[in-house]
Each structure stands twice: as C-alpha cells, then as structure tokens.
Design a protein around this ligand. Structure first.
Ligand SMILES: [Zn+2]
Length: 162
C-alpha cells in the first residue's frame, strides 16, 4: 500500500478550487494522466514513466519560453484544460478526435498527430495560457507539489529510473 498520496491529491484539489473553478468533480490517483472531461474528473500519476510524457513535453516546450515548470504540473494543468475546454467541442469534433486516437493506437496514423487534434490542442493551449497569466502562482504550486512527490517517493521507498 502506498502512503502519503492523499497529500498530493489534496494539494491538486485545493489548487483547482482556489484558483480555477469550484465546478469540478475530483482529483484521483491513476497509473497515467487522464481525465473524464464531461464529468470533470482528473487522474494524476506520480508513477508514470517519464518517457510516456516525452512527446507531450516536446510539443509543449516548442510552444513556450517558460522552462521552469515540472512535467508533473504541465501534465496536471493539461488535464484541467481538457475539463475547462470540453464544452467548446461539438460532438462531431469529439468523435473525430476519438477515431484518430484509435488509429494512432493501432499504428495506422503517426503518434505526433495526437497533439494536433482539437481536444488535445485546446487542453494544452488552456494550460499554456493559464501558466502565462499566473506564472508566479504556478511556480509556487510546482515547488510545493514536487516537494510532496519527493516525500512520497522517500516514504514508499520508490526509486526512479533515469
Ligand atoms: Zn490530453
């Protein structure tokens, strides 16, 4: 059983409630970052292999000069972005994105196309915009959350690869 992740979830939940919206369901711990944007439920991961996020970070860092925010925080804000922008997508666009993602999973479309899909681009745009407008606030959150994540690793004796 992993100990101490409740503190991580608490920090993320408080950050959303204090600074973004009170209209969302909750933050849970997952094996990967994902969300249910229609019910505004977010899953964060402190165990996702760094390589799984390489493509996301490469795409994101190509679009901003901000380089002092962790992969964790960017990924978290991207999921928040999905929840915040979901209502702007129509059903046709949502279906299109889902179909292309299936084809990417099956290997018939290049993985880099993923980041150009409307839902993904809107979520990342939202995160970029939020950090641009609230840089100091996000920096403070980032320091706090990374401290908590380091404590989590230590308490559970988890060693990170690479
Ligand atoms: Zn996404």
């Amino acid at each position: 059983m992993l100990v101490g992740y409740d503190k991580i979830l608490e920090l993320c939940t408080a950050f959303i409630e204090d600074n973004i919206t009170s209209d969302f369901e909750n933050v849970n711990l997952g094996l990967d970052f994902f969300c249910y944007p229609n019910t505004k439920e977010i899953f964060i991961s402190v165990l996702a292999p760094a390589t799984a996020l390489d493509g996301f970070m490469e795409n994101l860092l190509n679009r901003t000069d901000i380089n002092d925010i962790s992969t964790f925080t960017w990924s978290f804000l991207h999921e928040v972005g999905h929840c915040m922008t979901w209502s702007y997508l129509n059903e046709r666009t949502i279906n299109h994105c889902r179909n292309i993602k299936r084809k990417i999973d099956r290997g018939s479309i290049e993985p880099t196309v993923y980041y150009t899909l409307a839902d993904e681009k809107m979520a990342t745009d939202w995160a970029l915009n939020f950090v641009k407008k609230n840089h100091r606030l996000v920096q403070r959150f980032d320091v706090n959350i990374m401290t908590e994540i380091t404590n989590f690793y230590l308490k559970n004796e988890i060693e990170l690869e690479g």
